[in-house]
Design a protein around this ligand. Structure first.
Ligand SMILES: Nc1nc2c(c(=O)[nH]1)N[C@H]1C(S)=C(S)[C@@H](COP(=O)(O)O)O[C@H]1N2
Ligand SMILES: [Mo]
Length: 226
């Protein structure tokens, strides 16, 4: 049996999970795009059809939710995020911009903030296929980010917007009590157990683990509504 990262337990299959709770997955637009905002000169929209200009990539990786479950050996296909960045984002940057972070937003308005160095890692994908099939609604149709070495909350599903940032986008972090309680770590590396921004990963394990059952229940209800 392979070793899982600290505090993780294997689950069977791959549950739909997330902060969307009871809502069904958002409908997929007829001609989906990834829009760019923030420190870009033009505001180009990249049609998903344009991604066919990039080489296809496949990775097999485990998926680790911060709440403590790990789905093993998922086969993702798509394009490397670094290739997308070089072809579509870099040419659109405002002159003399130093990009530090990217905010990835999904059609359900859930977003993640990823440091540029983590987003450009070799194994980060924009994935449109899982285990040989087009991504289903539950897992992020039509396309999602996959950052396999970071907790799942970085891997934004239903990706439709990338905000290019030259400082930490604080407006993305949320200011409510719940946001503070589950405030994600800025790097969220699973092997470093970077679960929470201020509290040691080991200490928040039981708190997150207690959320798995109610969230899975709500997610399965949302999936049935579709
Ligand atoms: N758009 C969007 N992306 C999201 C989420 C979400 O609610 N909405 N949840 C995150 C969390 S917390 C996890 S663990 C994974 C779950 O991915 P899955 O539903 O494909 O298992 O998606 C992440 N990306
Ligand atoms: Mo998660």
């Amino acid at each position: 049996m392979k070793t899982l990262p600290p505090g993780q337990r294997r689950v069977d299959g791959f549950p739909r999970f997330g902060t969307h709770l009871h809502r069904p997955p958002p409908p997929v637009p007829a001609d989906p795009v990834i829009a760019l905002s923030g420190a870009v000169r033009r505001r180009p929209e990249v049609r998903l059809a344009e991604l066919s200009q990039l080489p296809r990539r496949e990775i097999v990786a485990d998926f680790h939710c911060v709440a403590g479950w790990t789905a093993t050996d998922l086969r993702w296909e798509g394009v490397r995020f670094a290739d997308f960045y070089r072809l579509f984002v870099e040419p659109a940057l405002e002159p003399d911009t130093t990009v530090t972070h990217l905010a990835f937003e999904g059609l359900d308005e859930v977003a993640s903030v990823v440091e540029l160095r983590d987003a450009l890692a070799d194994d980060v994908l924009l994935a449109d296929q899982l285990n040989g099939r087009p991504l289903a609604g539950d897992h992020g149709a039509p396309i999602r980010l996959i950052c396999p070495t970071q907790y799942g909350y970085m891997s934004t599903k239903h990706l439709c917007l990338i905000e290019v940032c030259s400082t930490l986008p604080v407006h993305r972090l949320g200011a409510g009590i719940i946001d503070r309680l589950i405030e994600g770590h800025p790097r969220a590396r699973v092997w470093h157990e970077e679960r929470h921004a201020r509290i040691a990963g080991r200490l928040v394990r039981p708190f997150y683990r207690a959320l798995i059952r109610p969230i899975r229940y709500l997610c399965s209800k949302g999936a049935q509504d579709t």
